[in-house]
Design a protein around this ligand. Sequence first.
Ligand code: GAR
Length: 200
Amino acid sequence: MKNFAVFASGSGSNFQAIVDAVKAGEITANLSLLVCDKPGAYVVQRANQARIPTFVFNPKDYPTKADFEKEIVMLLKDRNIDLIVLAGYMRLIGPTLLKEYEGRIVNIHPSLLPDFPGKDAIGQALAAKAKWSGVTIHYVDEGMDTGPIIVRERVRIEENETRESLQKKIQEKEHKLYPSILQMLLTREDVNHDKKTCAN
Ligand code: GAR
């Protein structure tokens, strides 16, 4: 079985959906590590409850991004991690991690990329009065929510949509879509990125 790590910074509802999918046998791979850059984030409690090992760090305790990423790479190598899964990890992946894991890092984003990248994608879609938003899962490169797209699913924005109602619809979609895509990526022979197999 393949091993994977989840990186998260916040509440961790996607992390929880992934934990539940592993428990239910819908993801047949080992969730070996949670990496969290926000001590005190609720996702750490979720990991403790599920008995998933954690590496929780404060970036301010390291002189540079390369320093904490070197430590993370060591931990990932120790655990033979095949795939890094970003689930609300609100930090750009730097060259140190990318060099080791390029093509083996995926991210989920609450918009139809390339629309509304970066922070507060839901607020951006509402401010733009968009009729549609959605969820994108993509491979990670050095950019902000760039990188080859694996899948996108649309969510309709209604006339009377609020931030809360749109977030709920998007997250419900995320919680189903991410586990199913992860199962696909983690059970095929090669988790390395192959552009020819990507469908938009
Ligand atoms: C998710 O909606 C995810 O798509 C988004 O953060 C949220 C984390 O929620 N990620 C980004 O905006 C990345 N640019 P969660 O902590 O409840 O899983």
